[in-house]
Each structure stands twice: as C-alpha cells, then as structure tokens.
Write a new protein. Structure first.
Length: 399
C-alpha cells in the first residue's frame, strides 16, 4: 500500500519529536527523513536558468533540475540542489538545500546536507517546529510573501539588536537581522524571515512554470488518465486546464470527469463543469452528464448545477424530467432549488408527479413538506391526490 508524502512526513518527523533534543542528532535525523520524502535518484537532468530572487537585476544563474519518473515512465516529480544567499548585505550564511516538487510543480519537501541544517540568528539550528512551519509556508502558493520583496522584510530597525541578533561587525547570521514587519510575521519562520522568503520564491514562482511546461511536453492520453485517477485535485486541475487549452476540447475524458466531480471542492467544481460544457457534443448531452453527476454531488456542487440549469430559459422537456428524477436523492436545499426551477418553468407531467410524490415519504420532514407545497399547486392524478392528502392528515399539526 502506498503512503502519501504528507503521511510519510508525519510518520518520519513527528514520531521522533519526543525523542530528540535540540542537538546535532535531532537536525541530522530531520535531514535524513525529509530527504526520504522523494526519490533520491534523478532519471534525467536538465540545465535551466533562474533569476536569483535576492538579486533580480543580475543575469540569470544556471541550475541543474532533476526530473524523476515512476515505474510507468510518467513524470513523478522534480528536484533541484540550491546554494543561495538570503540577504542583501552579505552577512548571512548561505542556504544549502535540495528542494522537491511533484510532477506539476507543487512544492513537496526539502533536504539539507548532513551537518548543514537551516539556521536562524546566532547560528541557531531550525527546530522540528521550525521545519514544520517552513514546510507549510512553502506549500502555500497564495502566501503574502508573493506581494513583498526581500528589502521589505528588514525595513524597520530593531530597538533591541542584542535580542534579535542584528550585527554590525560582519558576523554571519541567518534569518532576521532586523525586525520583521508585522504584516508578514505569521508568514515566515521566526528569526528566519529572509531564509523563508528566498526558499518560498524558489518553491513557488519562476521554477513552477518551467516544471509545468516540461511535464506538458510529455503529456499523452495515458498520462492524463493517470493524473485524473490520482484523486489529487491539484493534478486534476492541471489536466483540466491543459484540456481546456486545446481546440477542440478533447471529449474522451467526459465520463471520467463526471465520475470524479463529487470529490471536487469549491475551488474546482466550476472547472469541472466548464470542461464538461466545452467538451460535450451539444447542450443536451452536457446537461444529461451534469444531471447524472448530480445525485453524488454535495449541496454546494448540486446548487451550482441547478443554478446553471435555471439560467437556461430553453430547457428541453426531457432534461426537466431527468432533472426531477435526480432530486429524489438530494438534500433539502438542492431539492428546494430544483422544485423552484420546475415551478418557474410551469411544467408538470406524470413523470414529474411520480418522482416528487416519492419525496412525501422522505424521512426529512422539511423535504416532505416542500414536496407537499409543490404538489398542492399541480393538477394531480387521483393516486397522487390520495398520497398528498394522507400526508397532510398525518402531519396536520406541523403544516
């Protein structure tokens, strides 16, 4: 059974937190286990040029980017050794790490050489908590660090230089050598703001596009399906965006996207719907696929689908009837929206009647009452009238 990177991180790091003190033994252990988060061998090495975030106006520097592949020959990730300054005045220690990303350029982990842990002011090594915080920061692509340059992290003079480690004698320090502005204090490792900023820039900016383009150059139908099967919506989003860039949009993944739609979060459901819309042969086929997925969607996803149907004033009868049938398995809010859609269309048929009458027997009284309200305004068959009347008698004290 495979273990996720996240699980491996917790097993390797957290299980040892209570054993080791802040010693060489601790930082060496962290280094070894952070390095185990990703394959240590590179199947290919590519020379790339990157801007040094500390000196953005200087010529780009060459780096060796390693490309890793899984057993199927698909790109599984990237890694790059980095030795870099982290401050503008040459008094900071160089940061020396190897950084790892997944196949679509999302930062995964880092490793430092044995005996060279990341340090803060006064050469104090990172603690386990510092590495954990750094890991979460580097995985946050929306960090406030993207909005600020390095100089911003040292714009306020420290009133207590001895406490913050500010030096004037040229002694090497790492991290914060002046007070970190309040706006970014929570977005950096304490006493290591510069190190955090530099590593975040490498983890999440220029290099990401390079890795994504390299992955795209190896795309095949099998690789796309492999990513869609990953259950990782970062990878699925990458695939959907790639497919939407193609003209025409490839339809062969429609059924797979319908299958995985119920696992989409708020940030991704719209993208999945957009793919289905642009890849379907016609509007009717698109609506039928959405309705097919509707029964497994959460309330938010179901509401989005219903609102999309509601926006179309020319819904075909067969779509309305298929839609009514799908409401039987929904929660209250999607049912309410769905019945309102049918009401607005002023459409009613034997098929719709049969499906909505079923809701009178729903264990959720509010759903049953909403169905009762809907049916009370329709021309019903005799059998449906009897069921509605029976419901009203049974719940007379609640209606």
């Amino acid at each position: 059974m495979s273990i996720s990177l996240h699980d491996r991180f917790h097993r390797n790091i957290f299980s040892r937190t209570y054993v080791y003190s802040m010693s060489t033994r601790l930082v060496l252990t962290i280094s070894l286990f952070i390095g185990c988060l990703f394959p240590v061998h590179a199947d290919e090495s590519k020379t790339i040029k990157l801007t040094d975030p500390v000196y953005p106006d200087k010529p780009k520097k060459e780096h060796a980017l390693s490309v890793h592949f899984d057993a199927q020959g698909f790109p599984s990730g990237y890694s790059m050794a980095l030795v870099n300054k982290v401050c503008l005045d040459d008094v900071c220690k160089l940061v020396e790490v190897t950084m790892y990303w997944d196949a679509i350029g999302f930062y995964q982990s880092l490793q430092y050489p044995e005996g060279k842990p990341l340090t803060k002011i006064e050469h104090e090594p990172f603690t386990t908590a510092d590495y954990e915080k750094l890991d979460s920061i580097l995985k946050d692509r929306d960090s406030i660090l993207d909005d600020h340059e390095l100089g911003f992290l040292a714009t306020e003079k420290d009133d207590k230089p001895s406490e913050e480690g500010y030096t004037t004698d040229g002694q090497d320090v790492d991290g914060v050598s002046k007070a970190t502005p309040g706006a970014v204090k929570e977005a950096v490792v304490k006493d290591a703001a510069w190190t955090t900023w530099v590593l975040w820039k490498y983890a999440n900016t220029e290099l990401v596009t390079i890795m994504q383009e390299m992955t795209k150059s190896r795309i095949s139908p099998k690789f796309l399906k492999h990513l869609l099967d990953s259950k990782n919506w970062q990878k699925i989003e990458f695939v959907l965006n790639h497919l939407l860039e193609q003209k025409p949009v490839a339809p062969q993944y429609i059924d797979k996207v319908v299958e995985i739609m119920p696992t989409a979060g708020i940030d991704h459901i719209e993208l999945a719907i957009e793919y289905l819309q642009k890849s379907s042969p016609d509007k009717s086929a698109f609506y039928q696929k959405l309705i097919g997925a509707l029964v497994k969607l959460d309330e938010y996803g179901a509401a989005m689908v219903i609102e999309l149907l509601q926006s179309d004033d020319q819904l075909e009868v067969k779509i309305i009837e298929e839609f009514a049938s799908s409401l039987v398995s929904q929660q209250y809010y999607p049912i309410h929206l769905g019945l309102r859609l049918i009401e607005n269309r002023e459409y009613f048929s034997k098929s719709v009647e049969t499906d909505i009458v079923k809701l009178l027997h729903n264990q959720d009284f509010f759903i049953a009452r909403r169905a009762s309200d809907f049916l009370s305004n329709q021309q019903l068959s005799e059998s449906a009238k009897e069921e509605l009347e029976s419901f009203k008698v049974k719940h007379a004290d609640r209606l």
